[in-house]
Design a protein. Structure first.
Length: 510
């Protein structure tokens, strides 16, 4: 059984009511819902759209700590709050006046400050045509934002909606829908980009919808979107740079009617795209980009016969694709981890009893410092029934665990598969040990908290027993990284071709 840790701070006046409600609904809560999800907002007016990010901070005294940042719109007004989960700051309104705000999107810059992009309808005194929307941007939620699509010189008469961002350092790629029917526009923002250049990708006669952006650690950027066709939709991916799009190609394998695609890049710079089949839902597919720009054949990652919608994509331990979706029949949020071409699961992230909706939260799926998956969603408050922002955190899958909460298809893992880290924390060197149950090849990866590869060790098949590696704290180039928490990921390859992994943590203190 995988248990999903949730915790909620509530006002004393609501405590009795919540306990009573949860006690009367035991049959509605699915397996794995032993605790309620964490409620981020507690509002009496429904949340329309929301965005959510997790920032990991490290202190040599208190260790690691997750700081949560959330922004949302209520009745067209934009609000923001942050803090640790047990002590969130009071919400503050970011935009005052009569403007209508929509589709906020938070992101973290290298400076450690949260940035924000959103669409805003201009007031009549500033608008050229009725219903005119442009994008606003701020590199710090504590300073005044600016219009960046109008500043580009070709904005002002274009409806700009549904932004997506990808961040590398302090450079932000923003992709969004522009014009009617929508096309894909993009621009690069940074402190030096006072008037960013807006570019359009190839025009599509039937329009393009919901572009998503991704970036790797070496400054490469991608945009994925659904191009409308007379018979449905096709998934397209373009690699872009400041000088323009260097390539654009369809993801050829997969269903004829693809919708709601999402793109992400893992710590090994591998590009993945996930999408759903059909407008109302169907199977969920995943494909990986090859070195030549083409994609591997699409893999169906949802269970046979299920109807799924609004896929989300992130990576556990920096490299393992995790794909989630909403099960249309049950309302549950489910997720699989994909090893090669084999999905493991699904596990139940959130019970349908909470009426979770991920399509109104961006990004709806990400990971925290421990590598576990954080799923954000909108759902009704259990007392008042008002739509609010929630999150659910899931433990990282460890081989050898029992079957998942949905009775998924996890096979039995090698047993025992024990690991040891000593000492932890460490200053000079640390012993990393794994007990391998059979004669198998093994690999050990040490990664930073954001998934960047620091050091890698690997060996050919060895006799069953302990494998010991002493890490002196240096990276592959002999450089000594700074203090912080690092992920220790063991991988063993079985004779059947399956790969099993175990991820732990070690703290380096300088």
């Amino acid at each position: 059984m995988e248990y999903w840790h949730r915790r909620r701070a509530v006002r004393p006046a609501l405590f009795v009511a919540i306990v009573f409600l949860m006690a009367t609904l035991p049959g509605r809560l699915g397996a794995g819902d032993d605790y309620p999800p964490i409620q981020i907002t507690d509002l009496q007016t429904p949340v329309e759209r929301a965005t959510f990010v997790v920032q990991t901070l490290f202190d040599s005294t208190s260790g690691i700590e997750d700081v949560y940042h959330a922004a949302w719109t209520v009745a067209g007004k934009l609000y923001y709050r942050s803090g640790v989960i047990t002590s969130l700051a009071r919400p503050k309104q970011l935009v005052t006046g009569q403007q209508t705000c929509a589709e906020p999107l938070l992101f973290m810059l290298r400076s450690g400050k949260p940035g924000l992009v959103w669409a805003e309808e201009r007031t009549p005194s500033l608008s050229i045509i009725p219903g005119e929307w442009n994008l606003r941007y701020t590199a710090d939620v504590n300073i005044a934002p600016r219009w960046f699509t109008e500043d580009a010189g070709i904005g002002g008469v274009h409806p700009d909606r549904n932004p997506s961002v990808a961040v590398q350092g302090d450079t932000v790629l923003v992709a969004w829908e522009r014009d009617e029917p929508p096309q894909v526009a993009y621009a690069f923002l940074s402190p030096r980009d006072i008037f960013p250049l807006v570019r359009l990708l190839t025009s599509y006669p039937y329009g393009a919808s919901r572009p998503t952006a991704a970036a790797d650690t070496q400054g490469a950027y991608w945009i994925a979107w659904t191009a409308e066709t007379p018979t449905g939709g096709d998934v397209w991916v373009a690699r872009v740079s400041r000088s323009g799009a260097t390539s654009a190609s369809p993801v050829s394998a997969g269903p004829e009617d693809a919708r709601n695609c999402v793109i992400a890049v893992n710590a090994d710079r591998e590009v993945y795209v996930a999408w759903q089949e059909g407008v109302s839902g169907g199977s969920i597919y995943l494909a990986r980009a090859l070195a030549n720009g083409r994609f591997t054949p699409a893999v169906k990652v949802s269970p046979e016969g299920s109807i799924c919608a609004t896929p989300q994509l992130c990576f556990e331990s920096g490299t393992i694709p995790c794909v989630s979706w909403r099960n249309v029949r049950t309302g549950d949020l489910e997720m699989v981890r994909v090893y090669g071409t084999r999905p493991m699961g699904p596990v139940n992230l959130v019970s349908g009893a909470y009426t979770p909706r991920q399509e109104f939260v961006t990004p709806a799926q990400l990971r925290s410092h421990s590598g576990c998956v954080v799923s954000a969603f909108l759902g009704p408050d259990p007392v008042r029934g008002v739509t609010n922002l929630w999150i659910s955190r899931g433990k990282e899958y460890i081989p050898g665990a029992d079957s998942d909460s949905n009775g998924g298809n996890k096979p039995a893992a090698p047993s025992p598969f024990f690991t040891r880290v000593s000492p932890n924390p460490f200053n000079g060197s640390v012993l990393l040990e794994a007990h391998i149950p059979a004669s198998v090849a093994w690999r050990l990866e040490i990664r930073s908290i954001d998934g960047r590869l620091v050091r890698k060790y690997e060996g050919s098949p060895v006799a069953p027993g302990p494998v010991r590696v002493v890490w002196n704290g240096a990276d592959s180039f002999g450089q000594i990284p700074g203090s912080g928490v690092y992920l220790v990921r063991w991988s063993v390859g079985l004779a059947s071709g399956e790969i099993w992994t175990h991820t732990g943590r070690v703290t380096l203190v300088r």
